[in-house]
Ligand binder design. Structure first.
Ligand code: AMP
Length: 249
């Protein structure tokens, strides 16, 4: 059984991004880039399924610039068997990525696709859902536990007031939540091994997918600076300020 894991190259979560002076976006020149943290969790989960003997092959896939090859090598160092890059310099929005992933899924015929629940750069939380719709497959988003059984997968997810467990008939789509697992550290020998693994490249045109952006960013602005707080001597003053100045009570 094959598992496909889409991994996105994003600005590292430790980097404090700066808005470009013309407000057209965020400056990512010379900034550290890494695998989207939710996608690391997805690769880790695929590896655990493989190690349990229920999965035979894990394929990592990324859509984007040529440097996404580094992200794919990291996925292969975690343990993915091979990788696919759909190379494009275009601004790839979730619908375009979902169409590219569908084209690859049609070729590879995986039984399971595990994505991150959201990319920490665009915070869209759309690609998995769009891919499920395009493929017509069942989906379970925000997975905190995954159990593979014969012909189906049981996915536990957090909902308001508790946990819900869904049974999906395979093939299916899962998106990962933070609580699903703790990804392993990548070791040097595995980084070396990953260099020798297969990495296939396609262009969107090879897959007959139009990646033209559908959404236009009008403006990106820094969040307003927070003004300094004050200390009040007692509760009575606090209540008075909340009532008369902030007018919130
Ligand atoms: P998003 O809908 O942009 O928040 O992304 C959700 C998930 O879709 C990510 O965690 C990835 O698993 C996958 N994804 C999004 N964009 C890409 C991309 N360019 N290449 C590969 N996977 C992607």
């Amino acid at each position: 059984m094959k598992v496909l894991v889409p991994v996105k190259r994003v600005v590292d979560y430790n980097v404090k991004v700066r808005v470009k002076s013309d407000g057209s976006g965020v400056d990512i020149a010379n900034v550290k880039m890494s695998m989207n943290p939710f996608d690391e969790i997805a690769v880790e989960e695929a590896m655990r399924l493989k190690e349990s003997g229920k999965v035979t092959e894990v394929i990592a896939i990324s859509c984007g610039v040529s440097q996404c090859q580094e992200t794919l090598r990291t996925a292969m160092a975690i343990g993915a068997d091979r990788a696919i890059l759909v190379e494009s310099d275009a601004d790839l929005q979730p619908l375009a990525v979902a169409k590219l992933l569908k084209a690859i899924a049609d070729k590879e015929q995986p039984q399971l696709i595990i994505l991150g629940k959201q990319a920490i750069d665009d915070d869209c939380n759309q690609t998995g859902q769009m891919l499920a719709a395009l493929l017509g497959w069942p989906q379970a988003t925000f997975a905190s536990k995954v159990v593979l059984e014969e012909g189906k997968v049981l996915v536990t997810r957090e909902v308001d007031g508790g946990l819900e467990t869904l049974a999906l008939t395979l093939p299916a789509i899962i998106t990962t939540d933070l609580r699903l697992n703790e990804p392993r550290y990548v070791t040097l020998p595995n980084i070396m091994k990953a260099k020798k693994k297969t990495l296939d490249m396609f262009k969107p045109a090879d897959l007959d997918v139009d990646v033209t952006p559908r959404l236009k960013t009008l403006k990106v602005v820094e969040p307003a600076k927070r003004s300094a707080g004050i200390k009040v001597p007692d509760v009575a003053t606090l209540v008075a300020k909340l009532r008369n100045e902030a007018k919130v009570i």
